[in-house]
Design a protein around this ligand. Sequence first.
Ligand code: NAD
Length: 391
Amino acid sequence: MNTPAHLINRRDFTKTTLLAGAALASGGVGVPAANAPTKRIRTGVIGCGSVSHSYLPVLTKSPFVEVVSLCDIRPERAQKQGAKFNVARTYPHLDAMLAGEPFDFLVDLTDMQAHEKINRRGLEAGKHVWSEKPIANSLAAGQKLLALALKKNLRLWGAPITVQSPQFAFMAKQLAAGKLGRVAAAHADYGHEGPNWSAFFYEKGGGSMPDLAVYNFTTLTGLLGPAKSVSAMVSIVTPERTVGDKGRIKVTEEDNAMVLLDHGSGVISHTQSGFNYFNPHGHDGRQETRHTINVVGSHGFMGLVGYDWAPLGVDLATKDAPKLERHATDAQGYLWQQGAALAAECLATGRELMVTPGQALHVLEIITAARESSATGRRIKLASTFQWPLV
Ligand SMILES: NC(=O)c1ccc[n+]([C@@H]2O[C@H](COP(=O)([O-])OP(=O)(O)OC[C@H]3O[C@@H](n4cnc5c(N)ncnc54)[C@H](O)[C@@H]3O)[C@@H](O)[C@H]2O)c1
């Protein structure tokens, strides 16, 4: 998990420093010197459902985090996780959490539709915020959140963190070195049969794009650059579903999406994603061994082995070495669920992440533009961009 050794290994994937003085004085690699006390960021986690089972083990093991409170509108969930992870304070509402045990960093793991409001409340209360995807429900709302964060000298980050993996770094470096020649096209593919525990995934503001395609959009824009425009078709394949929290529900947001992105200079990518995909591996990243991201150019081909959120390696073939060869098979400590722990590390040591709110907002605009393109039959120009290249 998030051990100091892993943190050292991730050194290649960090760039600049934020809080210049803080940890750099003690070596600058984010790992405290043998006898230097580690700065732990007092952290509150809101949303104690499914994904909290993946986040809390990482957060509670991180040397940069002290989880001081948990919150869920289903209080028994917060209490159960509190007992399991030894967190004394649990709250049934954000207001009570903000008024209770003091903390500096809010980790938002609630329903997709709740993020925008909770993230705003967190920033208004002076907390740094890590949000599960999406940060907000529209580009405009997300930009306001980011402006608020900047104004208050706070940090705001959003999942996913696919650009933090060593496999992403390997692919980005091949592209930057021109190994693929003139890059032409990319394809991404991620789907499963859909979550069966909560209705919000299928209701307005949910959908398969912010849940699944969001990983691919982050990887593809990270590799190929911000998109200029979007053409898409989205649909609802299964109009009714049975889910754990509400029983039989109507599906009102897309569960099937085909999205074309124009990255400029002639480079086009395609993402296909949805909640109606037979997938024997589902949520188990270690079992998926197909290429789920392909990039091709005039001199070479690259295929990412496995999911971009849990990659297993990169297969590369070029004109000079045309036999497909596997590279970057070491995860080097990367875990898809470590984003909030990395953000806390950044707050404690100044080590920056590859993940930026600018890219998260660009990906959010891609999602809303894809819906608009599908509804109108038009190609939609994008207004947002982000600092690129990342590597
Ligand atoms: N489950 C996963 O494996 C997984 C993986 C990656 C990302 N995510 C993302 O994590 C987020 C949560 O997903 P999940 O699967 O854990 O859902 P979930 O339904 O299991 O959990 C969400 C929790 O948030 C709580 N909640 C909702 N509104 C709240 C509010 N206003 N205040 C306090 N608590 C509130 C709910 O009661 C619930 O316990 C989503 O954005 C999802 O896309 C989930």
